[in-house]
Ligand binder design. Structure first.
Ligand code: IMP
Ligand code: MG
Length: 192
């Protein structure tokens, strides 16, 4: 990783917060294109149904879908796990279900980041019961050091160190999601 990272501050809305770029937008776009082609190669002539986990996966899913040749449909599900804090409560709750059935479909669950694995473990259990033809997981980021479940992703964009990241859909207190790059968030000492 580049030694001299670009620093971003969000001004008065976010006092004491700094973000240093970890993965620039160009690398993200290049990698998503590779992932889309890889998934398509694995399921050659099949319609692929992407299931995005709101809200973090919205940008990843939209770029992945647009880079994927062939028939692609998508749907969204929403769960709540993180609050305003940078640490998960470990509790996962469904807040919005899918619009349509996934029975018999080739389903790729699209998630922004695989951290403890609690969210995906919960979702995969639900989805498996709904009898998809195939069930795979694509994550933009993987933070393996934090894992407390046996969940693994079939497609991983970037494996990252155990740092709190924001941007490209990932938030801190609902902010930074619209940053086109992924960066590491640092809070000034004393701020939680
Ligand atoms: P898990 O259930 O611990 O694997 O966490 C998954 C969810 O936690 C992700 O979908 C994110 O919403 C959130 N999350 C985990 N790590 C980070 C991070 O570094 N930055 C922002 N959100 C994160
Ligand atoms: Mg999320």
């Amino acid at each position: 990783m580049a030694k001299q990272r670009r620093i971003i501050r969000q001004g008065s809305e976010a006092p004491g917060e700094t973000v240093s770029i970890l993965i620039p937008r160009s690398r993200i776009q290049k990698r998503i294109k590779e992932m889309a082609r890889r998934i398509r190669r694995d399921f050659k002539d099949e319609p692929i149904h992407l299931v995005g986990v709101l809200k973090g996966a919205a940008f990843f899913l939209s770029d992945l879908a647009r880079q994927m040749p062939g028939t692609v449909s998508y749907d969204f599900i929403a769960v709540a796990s993180y609050g305003k804090d940078t640490h998960s409560s470990g509790q996962v709750r469904l807040t919005r279900d899918l619009d349509s059935s996934i029975e018999g479909k080739t389903v790729i669950v699209v998630e922004d980041i695989l951290d403890t694995g609690m969210t995906l473990q919960y979702l995969l259990r639900i989805f498996q019961q709904r009898k998809p033809k195939h069930l795979r997981v694509a994550v933009l980021l993987d933070k393996p050091e934090r894992r407390i479940t046996s969940v693994r992703a079939d497609y991983v964009g970037f494996t990252i160190p155990n740092e709190f990241v924001v941007g490209f859909g990932l938030d801190y207190a609902e902010r930074y999601r619209n940053m086109p790059d992924v960066g590491v968030l640092t809070l000034r000492a004393g701020k939680k």
